[in-house]
Design a protein around this ligand. Structure first.
Ligand code: C5P
Length: 220
């Protein structure tokens, strides 16, 4: 078909969000940040005062959440149940509970189905990024890519993104704890069969974008 679907997975700090967005811009495709959907659900259940330990309530909050998000790579916004949560989804209190949603299979199934539907509806195609896009959400993507980076490089990038708001040890705790929680859910640290691996540790942003553009040309 004329559509192009690019699936990109990787841990936090691998550079997947900024490079996926830029790929979408360059190729004229939609951009889907699946992590933003997990984060939006986390905000929804915090809003509703749901106890994270109450699995049934978390499932109900997830399946009942009305999630809207921008698929335009030049515009970034997320709404949950009609409320703009663009800034809130990035707050530490949200990051701290997002794994609660991610580790419940019923929540994952619900979000995976929504993600597929959004990807299928993008007229010229989409760059989608997360932890399980290459393996679960869209294993049929035209290009499947896993971005990795050394722990040192990932901590440095997250530190820059957070604008030095955390001490080195707080940052280390947060990033490594979330990676450990996430690794228990989906395998995103080693490339599945047919998934291309790109180590971004020693690459600049522009070099990562160029490398992915080359891979896309080679594989389409
Ligand atoms: O990508 P981001 O760091 O914003 O994702 C937030 C959280 O959402 C991850 O730490 C993970 O728990 C969950 N997630 C997931 N599967 C995805 C995307 C995100 O489990 N495809």
């Amino acid at each position: 078909s004329d559509r192009l679907v690019i699936a990109i997975d990787g841990p936090s700090g691998s550079g997947k969000s900024s490079t996926s967005r830029e790929m979408a811009r360059r190729l004229g495709l939609a951009y889907l940040d699946t992590g933003a959907m997990y984060r939006a659900v986390a905000v929804a259940f915090l809003d509703a005062g749901v106890d994270p330990a109450d699995t049934d309530a978390v499932i109900a909050a997830t399946t009942g959440a009305d999630i809207e998000l921008s698929l335009d790579p030049d515009e970034s916004w997320v709404r949950v149940n009609g409320r703009d949560v663009t800034a809130e989804i990035r707050e530490p209190r949200t990051s701290a509970v997002v794994s609660t949603v991610a580790r419940i299979p019923q929540c994952r199934a619900d979000l995976v189905a929504r993600q597929r539907a959004l990807m299928d509806a993008a007229p010229s195609g989409v760059v989608a990024e997360g932890r399980d896009i290459t393996t679960v959400v869209y294993p049929d993507a035209d290009v499947r890519l896993l971005l990795t980076a050394s722990e040192e490089a990932r901590l440095a990038r997250r530190g820059t993104e957070l604008g030095g708001r955390l001490s080195a040890s707080e940052l280390r705790d947060q990033v490594l704890r979330r990676d450990r929680d996430d690794s228990a859910l989906v395998e995103f640290q080693t490339a599945a069969d047919g998934v291309l691996l790109l180590d971004t540790s020693d690459l600049t942003f522009d070099q990562v974008v160029e490398a992915i553009l080359t891979l896309v040309k080679e594989s389409t």
